[in-house]
Write a new protein. Structure first.
Length: 248
């Protein structure tokens, strides 16, 4: 995960005050906050046997203002870069994570106490209950390529995971299901990054985006929303840009 600058740390703390400083208990349940992030239009190449990142991702800004759901933010805290794109067939997610120690718990019952990328989808934005029903799902991708998914995950998911110097990369494309992907539309979406260590045998830091209460794994109502940004219009090939004419 990428180390946090002092300026970014201040921003994260400011936007994560719900999780860092617990408020007094309230008798009235407040709606969970919902953030919206835009997925740019594009078609990056993601295939299981391709262990590189498509250069098209360089033009995409990462999601910022993450939540600290477990552990503590310090000047040494490392943060991931999460980017999103979409086209008419898929939504694409790229996670590039700086991690000096890639750890996987070998106990099958403790596999969740490992390094991995976890993605949550609530395609119809159903926030009426706090459980996964027939339309919501999650997926997990480990650095070594181990893949786990909720039973509702659609067919045709393609993913790739590989280690790089100083960390690892996970990338995935998920076919649109239950909804029509159109510019300006949104789906429920969130993610979580776990940073585990051999010393403790568990995740010492858990970072996420919208979920402030660390329950998206069982409660899809706390996820944010991913908006499909319109394609950028290209100029006609025979159109030449001319400098403005100064009035005389």
């Amino acid at each position: 995960m990428k180390k946090l600058s002092a300026l970014m740390m201040a921003s994260v703390i400011a936007f994560s005050s719900v999780s860092l400083f617990a408020a007094a208990p309230s008798t009235k349940a407040e709606p969970h906050p919902i953030k919206v992030v835009k997925a740019e239009y594009g078609s990056p190449v993601i295939e299981a046997d391709i262990k590189v990142v498509d250069p098209i991702w360089k033009n995409i800004l990462p999601i910022s203002f993450l939540q600290i759901k477990k552990g503590e933010i310090t000047e040494e805290t490392e943060f991931p870069s999460i980017k999103t794109m979409w086209n008419e067939d898929y939504v694409f997610i790229l996670a590039e994570i700086d991690d000096s120690e890639i750890y996987k718990n070998v106990n099958p019952a403790m596999l969740h106490e490992s390094d991995f990328t976890e993605l949550y989808f609530n395609p119809l934005k159903d926030r009426s209950n706090a459980t996964y029903d027939d339309t919501e799902f999650w997926i997990k991708i480990h650095p070594d390529g181990t893949f786990e998914s909720h039973e509702n995950a659609p067919e045709g998911i393609v993913y790739s995971a590989f280690t790089v110097e100083g960390g690892y990369v996970t990338q995935v494309k998920i076919p649109h299901e239950l909804y029509e992907a159109k510019a300006g539309e949104t789906i429920g979406f969130d993610f979580q990054i776990g940073d585990a260590s051999a010393a403790t045998g568990k995740r010492d830091i858990i970072l996420g985006w919208n979920d402030t209460v660390n329950s998206a794994w069982k409660n899809p109502s706390v996820v944010g929303e991913l908006m499909f940004n319109p394609p950028v219009a290209a100029l006609p090939a025979d159109m030449t840009l001319m400098p403005p004419v100064n009035p005389q």
